[in-house]
Design a protein around this ligand. Structure first.
Ligand code: FER
Length: 343
């Protein structure tokens, strides 16, 4: 009888324990999948992130872990925040003007467009940004973009950069005796490669003499898109000491030997020449960027990045997520570039 009683008690206890265990299992099952558990154990950074989240006070909303970071490790905004491309009440925006200068290099009058700060005054000295257009473009390429004065105006108004003068040249520096026009062949590219010298010898002196400019390296910046990006890099290689900041957006191939679907490029420089002699004064910041799915220049911008890295040229490289050869790349590049002006 005593033994029977003991058996009954043991059976009752086992049933109870089994039932409790089962109900615990049931409560946990929906919360986690084995797959997640495995990943977390294998992945240290995920574990770190989990730790940070648990430390957050319970009354603070938990951050969304999937939210994309606004900037990369170099502080580059991968995309231009859209609010900067929209007009805001109380902010004044400049207007592009078109003017000409005499180019001794080309023996003819040449045009540029210029965006002065809305409150431009001779009492201040402004830094200048030279912005170079893409192939087949001219001085109107950037001036035709209504959002550009909005971006610049908003950035200045919010104190992201100093007031600056934006100059958009016509890059095709052909002489007066040529009927040459841009095309995808080596000869038709030569006038583009003549531009850096013309810029330094003719346009920059004209801008300095005509506007209230902070002259010299501290106030001189250059950037460009595609063919303008390529000539930006070529200008950098020829005159590194003249520029404070440089930004090549989706730079086209051809500064160094290359071959793509458009043409074969002999190279304005050989890869070995893309380096600075020791002691050269170089820009504070050099940015190279490109869209992750650029259908025109493809991976050539990344090629410049790799070459710069190999040859010891300090620079920042980043990719614009999902951008093609388009305005997303340009606004992203310009936003990061303009943020450097006057800083
Ligand atoms: C080339 C690929 C792209 C090239 C120029 C470009 C002259 C320029 C594209 C642009 O400016 O949008 O091979 O060779």
């Amino acid at each position: 009888m005593k033994r029977m009683f003991l058996i009954l008690v043991t059976v009752a206890l086992s049933v109870c324990l089994f039932a409790c265990g089962k109900s615990d299992d049931k409560a946990e099952t929906p919360a986690e999948t084995p797959k997640e558990e495995t990943n977390m154990n294998e992945n240290e950074p995920t574990k770190q992130a989990e730790l940070t989240v648990t430390e957050t006070p319970t009354d603070t909303p938990t951050p969304t872990p999937t939210e994309a970071p606004k900037t990369d490790e170099n502080g580059m905004y991968l995309t231009c925040p859209t609010s900067y491309l929209t007009k805001k009440e109380g902010v004044s925006y400049g207007k592009f003007e078109r003017h000409t200068y005499y180019s001794y290099y080309c023996n003819r009058e040449r045009a540029y467009t210029i965006l002065l700060p809305p409150d431009y005054t001779q009492d201040k000295k402004y830094p200048v940004v030279y912005l170079l257009h893409g192939i087949f473009g001219d001085e109107n390429s950037f001036a035709g973009d209504a959002k550009l004065p909005i971006l610049v105006g908003n950035m200045i108004a919010e104190g992201l950069c100093e007031e600056f003068i934006l100059v958009c040249p016509a890059m095709y520096a052909a002489g007066d005796d040529t009927a040459q026009a841009p095309a995808f062949n080596a000869e038709a590219c030569i006038p583009y490669d003549r531009f850096p010298k013309e810029l330094v010898e003719n346009l920059i002196p004209h801008i300095n003499a005509t506007y209230s400019v902070q002259e010299g390296r501290e106030g001189t910046n250059i950037g460009g898109f595609s063919m303008g990006g390529r000539e930006t890099l070529y200008t950098l290689m020829l005159y590194p000491e003249l520029f404070k900041n440089v930004c090549a957006m989706a730079p086209a191939p051809g500064m160094t030997p290359a071959k793509d679907g458009f043409m074969e490029h002999p190279g304005s420089l050989q890869e070995d020449e893309v380096r600075f002699a020791e002691g050269t004064v170089v820009p504070d910041t050099i940015i190279i960027c490109c869209g992750t799915r650029d259908s025109v220049v493809g991976k050539f911008p990344m090629g410049y990045h790799n070459l710069f890295e190999k040859n010891g040229i300090r620079h920042i490289w980043y990719e614009v997520p999902n951008a093609d050869h388009d305005m997303n790349t340009q606004y992203s590049g310009m936003f990061n570039f303009f943020r450097l002006i006057g800083k």
